[in-house]
Design a protein around this ligand. Structure first.
Ligand code: COA
Length: 125
């Protein structure tokens, strides 16, 4: 265990009528992992985990969109990345809905991983 806990750019608990149904995190993506959009690594990586009973109702999409909106204001012009197993249909559909686009795919943890990026900055043209 490190003496000083690592710092995350963001961490959110999602509640529905006072009960926790999921959480959303922004972690710094370490250089030891494959998949980066910055040479120095350390990008903010979005993570999401919701209780199965809350799936299929659009709550994750709504909450993640709000978290990304917060991120765009807190750390403007920083990209956000996301890595999930390509076989994780729900996570893949959510990533596409949120506006993540594929950067690359690679093998890790014995499975194909999908690595995508999102940016609040609209490129000219
Ligand atoms: C990934 C995960 C967050 C996706 O949750 P989800 O509920 O499927 O995602 P959304 O909030 O986008 O909901 C989409 C579904 O809600 C439905 N829906 C119902 N009412 C809706 C509404 N009012 N508005 C929007 N969507 C609605 C959509 O039609 C869609 O259904 P479908 O999946 O059958 O096509 C969830 O599966 C999860 O926590 N998985 C385990 C953790 C995990 O795998 N994390 C990723 C690792 S990086």
């Amino acid at each position: 265990m490190p003496e000083v806990p690592g710092r995350r750019p963001g961490c959110f608990v999602v509640d529905l009528d006072g009960a926790m149904i999921g959480y959303i995190t922004f972690d710094r993506r370490g250089a030891e992992h494959p998949g980066h959009v910055r040479p120095e690594a350390g990008e903010a990586a979005l993570g999401y985990l919701f209780l199965p009973e809350a799936w299929g109702r659009g709550y994750a999409a709504e909450a993640c969109a709000a978290a990304l909106d917060w991120f765009a204001g807190a750390l403007p012009s920083e990209p956000v990345v996301l890595c999930t197993q390509a076989a994780n249909d729900r996570a893949m559909r959510l990533a596409a809905k949120l506006g993540f686009t594929e950067v690359k795919r690679f093998e890790d943890y014995g499975a194909e991983q999908w690595f995508g990026a999102w940016s609040s900055v609209t490129l000219p043209g």
